[in-house]
Design a protein around this ligand. Structure first.
Ligand SMILES: [Zn+2]
Ligand SMILES: [Zn+2]
Length: 240
């Protein structure tokens, strides 16, 4: 039976600096794709070209539903160092409906496997971080068993980033890294969430690469947060 994914937790609009549509356009695309919920997670301030923090502070003024689709207004914060510091204050992250924390080449030094793993574990201790974004990049090697155990301990979702597995994506080794991560997720019963990482409206809800991978590995549907809004609610700030 084909899984139906009803939500996309990871997308960007023009304010991220290298994405190309507005909130309304992304919401319309989500409605056209039949999604129930869309997360818009703009790059936080340390990413070159990203918006000022006032953009996030004023976010409550944005309606949380449009075209019949629920909006989670949030951020993709940058992990800045091996102690797990990020480029947004706790008080501002707390106001975000959803927070993804990710490592990006312009913002984070490439560390050893131990250093990168340490950074992820420290960031997962932050109660306002909900999802670890694209932990799939061989440029930032990690200990996947330790990552998955920490996600279990601190109640975080690990992302399967659909874009990482596109041909020509800048992140390296995503498929192989996800295969390893998923095997530990099955072992420790840790849930994942698929994100499109759309930077343009036609990419909203594109989950095919991730879906294929999850199907191939026989990954249990009960561990995929895209299968229901109620599932996701247990993990994101705005429903806590
Ligand atoms: Zn990212
Ligand atoms: Zn992103």
């Amino acid at each position: 039976m084909k899984m139906k994914y009803v939500l996309d937790t990871h997308t960007h609009t023009v304010v991220s600096g290298h994405a190309y549509n507005t909130i309304n356009e992304m919401m319309q695309a989500a409605a056209d794709r039949g999604l129930e919920l869309l997360g818009i997670t703009e790059h936080a301030m340390a990413m070159p070209g990203a918006c000022h923090e006032f953009y996030f502070q004023n976010g409550r003024r944005v309606p949380r539903e449009r075209y019949g689709v629920k909006l989670l207004f949030g951020a993709e914060v940058n992990i800045m160092d091996f102690d797990g510091r990020v480029d947004m204050s706790d008080s501002l992250m707390q106001k975000m409906d959803i927070v993804i924390a990710s490592m990006h080449v312009p913002c984070m030094k490439k560390g050893s496997r131990d250093q990168n793993t340490q950074a992820y574990i420290e960031v997962m201790k932050n109660p306002w971080v909900n999802i670890i974004g694209h932990p799939d990049d061989s440029r930032f090697p990690i200990d996947y068993e330790a990552l998955v155990q920490a996600a279990r301990e601190y109640g975080k979702l690990l992302e399967i980033n659909n874009h990482s597995m596109e041909p020509g994506a800048s992140r390296q080794g995503a498929r192989e890294n996800y295969l390893e991560m998923l095997s530990w997720c099955i072992r420790y019963e840790v849930p994942v969430v698929v994100g499109s990482d759309a930077h343009v409206d036609i990419e909203v809800g594109t989950h095919e690469n991730a879906y294929k991978l999850l199907t191939e590995t026989g990954f249990p549907e009960k561990l995929v947060a895209n299968t229901g809004v109620d599932f996701l609610k247990k993990y994101v700030n705005c429903y806590k």
